[in-house]
Design a protein around this ligand. Structure first.
Ligand code: ATP
Length: 238
C-alpha cells in the first residue's frame, strides 16, 4: 500500500534555468520505507539539496514524480504537514531561551505546548539544560541543533535534514547520529544528506549515493559499505 510508504521518487529530473545545460538532478529514482534512516550521500554539487528541495515542495521538478505517503508533492500539498525539514538559517530570538523560542514557534502553528508531541520531540532532540539558556549564549553548533529540534516539533512522519552536521564539532556530530536513530525508532522516517560517508554510515540504515545529479548506488548501508567501498572512495574524493 503506497499510502504507507514515506517516499517514492521516480525519474526525477531538474535543470536550473540560466545554468549550463547540466542537470542538477537527472532521472533519479529511489524509495524509502518506514523506520529507515536514509543517507543521501554525495560530494558538493551532487544534487542532494536540489533533491530535498523538490521533495519538500519548494521547487518544481522538470520531470518525474514524488509520492510522499502515496500523495503527489506540489507546493502546498496537504501531505506536507507530515513532513518536517531542517534547512540552514532558521532565525531565533536571541534574548529568549531555546525552550521559549521553540514554544513560540509551536504556538504559532496553532498547537498547544501541552501537546505530548512537543515534550517528546524535545526529549528526542536531547538538548538538556541548554534549552533553558538564552539563545544568544549558544554556539553556532547549538543554534543548529535547536533548529533541528524545531523541525522535529510536530513529530513529522518524515523528517528531512539537509546537511545537519555542517558546522557541528565531533561530539555534536555523534549526538546528532543518536538523535536521528532515536527519531526513527518509533517507525518514523529520516532522510539526511551529507558529503561524508563517515558521518552517515553509523546512523543510516540505507544509503543513496549521488554524483553529478545521478544515482550511483542505493541500498542497505551494510551492503554498500561492504561491496561498494571503491565506489564510495571515489565519490568522496570527487
Ligand atoms: P552541496 O553539498 O554543495 O549543497 P548538493 O549535492 O546539495 O551540493 P545541489 O546544491 O543540489 O548539490 O546542486 C546541484 C547542482 O545544481 C550544482 O551544479 C549547483 O551548482 C547547481 N545549482 C544549485 N542551485 C542552483 C540554482 N539556484 N541555480 C542554478 N544552479 C544551481
Amino acid at each position: 500500500e503506497l499510502a504507507d510508504v514515506p517516499l517514492v521518487i521516480t525519474g526525477l529530473s531538474k535543470k536550473y534555468k540560466g545554468s549550463t545545460d547540466r542537470y542538477a538532478v537527472r532521472e533519479l529514482s529511489f524509495r524509502v520505507e518506514r523506520g529507515q534512516v536514509l543517507g543521501l550521500l554525495g560530494p558538493n554539487g551532487a544534487g542532494k539539496t536540489t533533491t530535498l528541495r523538490m521533495l519538500m515542495g519548494l521547487i518544481r521538478p522538470d520531470a518525474g514524480g514524488i509520492r510522499v505517503f502515496g500523495q503527489a508533492i506540489r507546493p502546498g500539498a496537504p501531505v506536507l504537514s507530515r513532513v518536517g525539514a531542517f534547512v540552514e538559517g532558521a532565525g531565533f530570538l536571541p534574548h529568549l531561551s531555546g525552550r521559549a523560542n521553540l514554544e513560540s514557534y509551536w504556538a504559532a502553528t496553532g498547537r498547544p505546548v501541552e501537546d505530548a508531541h512537543f515534550a517528546e520531540a524535545l526529549e528526542i532532540a536531547g538538548l538538556g539544560e541548554a534549552l533553558e539558556r538564552a539563545v544568544r549564549t549558544y554556539s553556532q553548533g547549538m543554534r543548529q541543533r535547536l533548529a533541528i529540534a524545531q523541525a522535529m516539533l510536530g513529530l513529522p512522519d518524515l523528517l528531512i535534514l539537509d546537511e545537519p552536521t555542517n558546522g557541528l564539532d565531533p561530539p555534536q556530530i555523534r549526538e546528532m547520529r543518536e538523535v536521528m536513530v532515536r527519531y526513527a525508532a518509533a517507525g518514523r522516517t529520516v532522510i539526511v544528506s551529507s558529503h561524508l560517508l563517515a558521518e552517515v554510515e553509523q546512523s543510516c540504515t540505507h544509503l543513496v549515493v549521488m554524483e553529478r545529479g545521478q544515482l550511483v548506488v542505493a541500498g542497505p548501508t551494510t551492503e554498500i559499505t561492504g561491496a561498494g567501498e571503491q565506489l564510495l572512495v571515489s565519490v568522496e574524493d570527487g
